[in-house]
Design a protein around this ligand. Structure first.
Ligand code: E4P
Length: 218
């Protein structure tokens, strides 16, 4: 499973890259706004800065909701760097745009996915990645992980190439469960990735090893 970090914060992206386990980055308009990035030139520059920090794919989301504007915006984003993946919402115009980008060889990430039916449409349109939002499904008392399992099963049976990118990850257990459910990629906040490190027995064991080493006079 690939690991993406889900942030537009350059320090966090650099920290995740430094760990040596990072395969890419996802952003969205809310994450860009959180970093105070606004205005077309600043947005494009920020995406370029992210691309310069990482090796893998960088998802950059369109703001437009009609086909023509999505194409124009997505083309400008794709020109920033080969790493850019154009992120497109799961709406009717978005499906048409994904088909168009796919035919041009431009990578896409279909976002705001909450059902298996939407997952089928995105795959048929040729999406590179599909982003089911696990945490937001859990928030309304449904089971986000069941959605990943269902999509994974459908994609396997049907032979779809679209990669399942588990999104809206809220904690380390979501990452483990998404891996188990068949996600190809997990995009996670940095603290969820770092949370995977934690186990009290590791801390206790390391403290004992170091104490014993000191006692032995080394
Ligand atoms: C990533 O691609 C999504 O935009 C993001 O994971 C959404 O996460 P949230 O539900 O925590 O906002």
């Amino acid at each position: 499973m690939k690991f993406f970090v889900d942030t537009a914060n350059l320090d966090q992206i650099a920290e995740a890259q430094d760990l040596g386990i990072l395969d890419g980055v996802t952003t969205n308009p809310s994450l860009m706004a959180k970093e105070g990035i606004s205005g077309e030139a600043n947005v494009l520059k920020h995406y370029k800065d992210i691309c310069n920090l990482v090796e893998g794919d960088v998802s950059a989301e369109v703001i437009s909701t009609d086909f023509e504007s999505m194409i124009k915006e997505g083309e400008a984003l794709a020109q920033i760097d080969d790493k850019i993946v154009v992120k497109v919402p799961m709406i009717k115009e978005g499906v048409k745009a994904i088909r168009w980008f796919s035919d041009q060889g431009i990578k896409t990430n279909c976002t705001l996915v909450f059902s298996a039916g939407q997952a089928i449409l995105a795959a048929k349109a040729g999406a590179t990645y599909l982003s089911p939002f696990i945490g937001r499904v859990d928030d309304i008392n449904w089971d986000g992980m069941e959605l990943i399992e269902q999509i994974s099963s459908i994609y396997t049976i049907q032979g779809f190439d679209t990669e399942i990118l588990a999104a809206s990850i809220r904690n380390p257990l979501h990452i483990v469960k998404a891996a188990e459910a068949g996600a190809d990629v997990c995009t996670c906040p940095l603290n969820s990735i770092l949370g995977l490190l934690n186990h009290p027995l590791t801390d206790i064991g390391l403290a004992k090893f170091l104490a014993d080493h000191k006692k032995s006079g080394n």
